[in-house]
Design a protein around this ligand. Structure first.
Ligand code: MLT
Length: 418
């Protein structure tokens, strides 16, 4: 067997290369060995230099930097630069990057007309995926990109316009007048004010909340080849353009098994509250052998240990709740569930710890962000990661994606009139 021109020795117990015959645990850390069946089941689909994730160790690196250090020392603007350009910026590079984004915060009037055409009650993910796709029409010169410069121009255009559209989707569902970008503010504070600015004289967002929001976006910025990132790469591999590719990623993120998970967490908490708010009862139900109740926001498909993002976001959630000093029975239920699961041997043995979606839902709820908006917040955080994935795929001249299929249907048979 060879991969990338090198002869490899694999721990294969039989002559065939299916999953059953390989001790996958022995392959950990051996980059490339999992690319036997691109696009099929849990095999690898591409090479990437952006984000490293080790689910066994609970480790996450952005361009080699541990997420703990990034969340502690960087802000979201630096993280966007790091993911997209591959290196941490100097102050001069960062200023140039931010200025390039700010040049692009004007959204076409026609986009506002389209926004107004959505009926009240439209899901904001439907709004932002449609309007992101529509950006192709108003930025037609940024679709057929080939050079580094053209890709960068397309990227900063999207980075400038996307938070405006995202904030407007919240204004729309709340029935509030649309806000304008304030380019004197940081990327995150500007997004925050576009969501919440009530027009009052001297409106200013609370710095502790903006800081927590910044961390939330950093923690969501990339997560290697998940459902939405690989969708962006696959759609982009047809050279469909950045706006269409990211719109497809937004649609992938929408589902409750991906970005919609934090919305599902809040819905679960509300259901528990409506049933009397008895946390112990639901902990018991979750342990039921016959018909276990699924605790949303606990455990993760990849992390076999604590999700490293959850550790960081828990602190941000505690800060937001104490800064706001809010009393909300739903948040008490969340705290009760968290405590019970962290202390209960049943959950510890199964590594069913609260994950990033559990805590992000709590913060968004505390900030009075409507539940349907939670996935939109995730999308704003994930945007630089999607862009980095899209760019890397184009820069490395990846051929058009075509996942391999294992045919399991009927063998050739003769047509019979029914
Ligand atoms: C993510 O951050 O994208 C989610 O944890 C989902 C995943 O990685 O599969």
């Amino acid at each position: 067997l060879s991969y990338d021109g090198k002869e490899l020795e694999l721990p294969v117990s039989t002559g065939s290369m299916d999953e059953k015959s390989i001790d996958v645990s022995k392959l950990r850390g051996a980059t490339g060995l999992i690319t036997m069946d691109p696009g099929y089941k849990n095999t690898g689909s591409c090479e990437s230099k952006i984000t490293f994730l080790d689910g066994e160790e609970g480790k996450l690196l952005y361009r080699g930097y541990p997420i703990e250090q990034i969340a502690d020392q960087s802000n979201f603007e630096e993280v966007m630069y790091l993911l997209i350009k591959g290196e941490l910026p100097t102050q001069e590079q960062l200023d140039g990057f931010v200025a390039d984004i700010r040049k692009n915060t004007e959204v076409a009037e026609e986009i506002v007309t389209m926004l107004n055409a959505f009926p009240q009650g439209s899901h904001p993910m439907a709004i932002i995926s449609s309007l992101t796709s529509a950006l192709s029409v108003f930025n037609a010169d940024k679709i057929n990109v080939a050079t580094e410069e053209e890709m960068y121009e397309a990227a900063v255009t999207l980075l400038g316009q996307f938070p405006v559209i995202a904030a407007w989707s919240q204004r729309k569902i709340k029935g509030l007048p649309l806000t304008k970008s304030d380019n004197s503010l940081s990327y995150v504070e500007n997004f925050y004010q576009m969501l919440f600015n009530d027009g009052s004289e001297g409106y200013k967002a609370d710095p502790t909340i903006v800081d927590a929001f910044d961390k939330l976006l950093i923690l969501h910025a990339d997560h290697e080849q998940n459902c939405s990132a690989s969708t962006v790469r696959l759609v982009g591999s047809s050279h469909a353009g950045i706006f269409a590719s990211i719109a497809a990623g937004i649609s992938a993120l929408w589902g409750p098994l991906h970005g919609g998970a934090n919305q599902a967490v809040l819905e679960m908490l509300e259901a528990i509250q409506n049933d009397g708010g008895d946390v112990a009862k639901y902990i018991g139900k979750a342990k039921d052998k016959e018909d276990p109740f699924r605790l949303m926001g606990f455990g993760h498909r990849v992390y076999k240990n604590f999700d490293p993002r959850a550790r960081i976001i828990k602190v941000a959630a505690d800060n937001v709740l104490s800064t706001l000093g809010i009393e909300d029975p739903i948040l008490d239920i969340a705290r009760g569930l968290e405590q019970a699961c962290l202390e209960d041997d049943y959950f510890k043995a199964r590594k069913l710890y609260p994950n990033v979606d559990f805590y992000s839902g709590i913060i968004y709820k505390a900030l009075q962000i409507p539940t349907e908006m939670f996935t939109v917040m995730f999308a704003v955080g994930r945007l630089p990661g999607w862009i980095a994935q899209w760019m890397e795929m184009r820069q490395t001249n990846q051929p058009i994606g075509r996942p391999r299929q294992l045919y399991t249907g009927a063998a050739t048979r003769d047509y019979v009139e029914m």
